[in-house]
Design a protein around this ligand. Structure first.
Ligand SMILES: [Fe+2]
Ligand SMILES: [Fe+2]
Length: 133
């Protein structure tokens, strides 16, 4: 496994940890899609991954924000801004007219993976950890 949760990534809040695990899993799936040389047309998987990410992060962010609100977390507004930025970037991945264009597909999968891994490293592993006491 290239991307998976390590012991030091756990917040100790069960629901949030389960959701973070799923986000790592989606990064792993993106990595596998990028390296799948047997699959020429990746359109279907790309559409699935991005819509899964959009839905899943929406759920996760609302849970996390509700939790942070409940503990009166002082940095909540800043934290929310980062979540919204993530959602906006996901919506910018342009999947129109990639069907049959294998080079563009690979570029998008690569871009998605870089974006996700960057997010895992800078947000989950650093920013989310700030609310763990
Ligand atoms: Fe999170
Ligand atoms: Fe967060």
């Amino acid at each position: 496994m290239m991307y998976e949760m390590k012991p030091e990534y756990y917040t100790g809040i069960e629901k949030i940890d389960q959701e973070h695990e799923r986000l790592f899993e989606l990064a792993q799936e993106t990595y596998e899609l990028l390296n799948n040389d047997f699959l020429q047309d990746k359109t279907e998987q790309l559409v699935y991954l991005i819509s899964e990410l959009i839905n899943y992060t929406k759920t996760h962010f609302s849970h996390e924000e509700a939790y942070l609100d409940s503990i009166h977390y002082a940095e909540l507004e800043k934290h929310k801004t980062q979540h919204r930025k993530f959602e906006d970037t996901l919506l910018e991945f342009d999947l129109d007219s990639i069907e049959g264009d294998f080079d563009s597909q690979d570029k998008i999968v690569k871009g998605l993976l870089e974006f996700l891994v960057g997010w895992l490293v800078t947000h989950i592993l650093k920013v989310d950890m700030l609310y763990v006491k």
